[in-house]
Design a protein around this ligand. Sequence first.
Ligand code: AMP
Length: 201
Amino acid sequence: MHIDYRTKINKMINIVLFGPPGAGKGTQSSKMKEKYQLVHLSTGDLLRSEIAAGTELGLEAKKLMDAGKLVPDEVVIGMIDHKLKTNKDANGFIFDGFPRTVAQAEALDKLMQQNDTKISGMIALEVPEEELVKRLLERGKTSGRADDKNEELIRTRVQEYENKTAPVAGYYKAQNKYSSIKGVGSIDEIFDDISKTVDNF
Ligand code: AMP
């Protein structure tokens, strides 16, 4: 007889979608959100909403974002904490653009624990730097994002990723929760690879 001992912990799917700016995290998140009925949390989007609403937090964050630098850990951790509390009935979450530092990854594990759940795994999209720069400059023509407009700023963001964010992969590797996927190819091919990984979580 099969007894299902699974609790809420195992039923939730909580994915860290990882990769440098321009890797396709936003595009793939919308498809994942649809297929797996997850709540999509992008700290970049949340910060841009704060800017649009003209909040003090938004104004402070804007200076750093326009310079291609990361905003302080406390700011993004606080926003994620709030979103987890206001989405108690979610099937799970896609974290897009978060965590971007090891301190954020540690804070996320604590928040997951407090919510009786855990991270299922990290999916890292691998894309070469020249392709990233090309994609972001192209996106800059329509995104209206100041940080997509010039090559120097884009390279600062990629550098910030290499210095502060890339080590986050090691944090999940150490927990055997890391999967890497080729982020170059058609959107649907990449999504198929992501789905195969998620189906094994
Ligand atoms: P994104 O939309 O993910 O490319 O983020 C745009 C900008 O928002 C980044 O260049 C950072 O300035 C800021 N940002 C977004 N998420 C984070 C995060 N988790 N930690 C620090 N800064 C962030």
